[in-house]
Design a protein around this ligand. Structure first.
Ligand SMILES: Nc1ncnc2c1ncn2[C@@H]1O[C@H](COP(=O)(O)OP(=O)(O)OP(=O)(O)O)[C@@H](O)[C@H]1O
Ligand SMILES: [Mg+2]
Length: 274
């Protein structure tokens, strides 16, 4: 695919004093997100890091339209998010592919809902399968693929529908280090060609700095923005460079305080000290 054919549909995200409290039947309410705000410009690549349980998936689910906020609001391209929307593409940690469809029909799935004819759907799906290095696997069943290949299909599927924002919840978390590194390269390559707005949740500070134009560190639950750090380094980034290490230090300093709170709350000890 060339840059000239790259779809340019991309929107910014505004989050205004957005909070989420879950009220499960028969148990205490859980404040997952404490009212927090952030502005994301069209085409930015945001990495979201924070302790387990701090509300990262909750925030992504609000942006995808799966969860309604308890207070505040979130806008995409200036419009309030009211319901799940294929224009807000989501890549899940566990791939979430359709096992009864072959690879090409998984990638083409959303295009049918957009009203595209079969031949055109398959052409588009092939283009994106090629982009993730899977053009020879179009006719395979999903269960014939490895985990890394499944995740590449999921990435192709979401980019093929030309969404205006892409939400990725620890998409590489289940993969081995080599596959992860390969997919980081591919994702960056696709993002540089498409310039979609990406919100990417990860547990890896390295991955966040390697990929993102801004890294947002969240507090322990109830989560809110603790640090909003622009990463001003050209791609490809060098993990071993002094500048990369400086960013790591800034982010770990903030994150460690929050991790300490999380593990103390849960009765952990010995890993962090005041
Ligand atoms: N549907 C739900 N009902 C009740 N509580 C929920 C629900 N979903 C999430 N929570 C709670 O909200 C908090 C935030 O959960 P969330 O999944 O957003 O965390 P996270 O930051 O994605 O964590 P992890 O890094 O482990 O994936 C947790 O305390 C969780 O137990
Ligand atoms: Mg999560």
């Amino acid at each position: 695919m060339t840059e000239t054919t790259a779809p340019m549909n991309t929107k910014g995200i505004s989050i205004h004093e957005l909070g989420v409290t879950f009220t499960p039947e028969g148990s205490e309410p859980v404040e997952a997100l404490r009212p927090t705000s952030m502005e994301i410009e069209p085409g930015e690549f945001i990495a979201l890091v924070g302790p387990s349980g701090c509300g990262k998936s909750t925030l992504l689910n609000v942006l995808a339209g799966f969860i309604k906020p308890s207070v505040g609001r979130a806008l995409v391209g200036g419009d309030p998010i009211t319901k799940p929307n294929i224009d807000h593409g989501m890549v899940f940690q566990d791939y979430a592919l359709f096992p009864w469809l072959n690879v090409i029909d998984n990638v083409a799935f959303g295009l049918e809902r957009q009203g595209m004819a079969l031949a055109e759907r398959h052409d588009r799906a092939r283009e994106y399968l090629e982009m993730v290095g899977l053009k020879d696997f179009a006719d395979k069943r999903v269960n014939e693929l490895s985990g890394g290949m499944k995740q590449r299909v999921a990435i192709a599927r979401v980019f093929a529908t030309d969404p205006s924002i892409i939400l990725m919840d620890e998409p590489f978390g289940a993969l081995d280090a080599l596959t992860r590194r390969f997919l980081q390269h591919q994702l960056l390559d696709i993002w540089q060609k498409n310039r979609k707005t990406v919100v990417f949740v990860t547990h890896s500070v390295q991955e966040a700095i390697y990929l993102a134009s801004r890294v947002i560190v969240m507090t322990a639950r109830p989560g809110r923005v603790k640090l909003d750090q622009t990463v001003d380094l050209p791609h490809p980034r060098d993990f071993a460079s002094a500048e990369f290490r400086d960013y790591e230090k800034i982010i770990y300093d903030q994150l460690d305080e929050e991790l300490a709170k999380t593990f103390k709350l849960e009765g952990g000890q010995g890993m962090f000290h005041d």
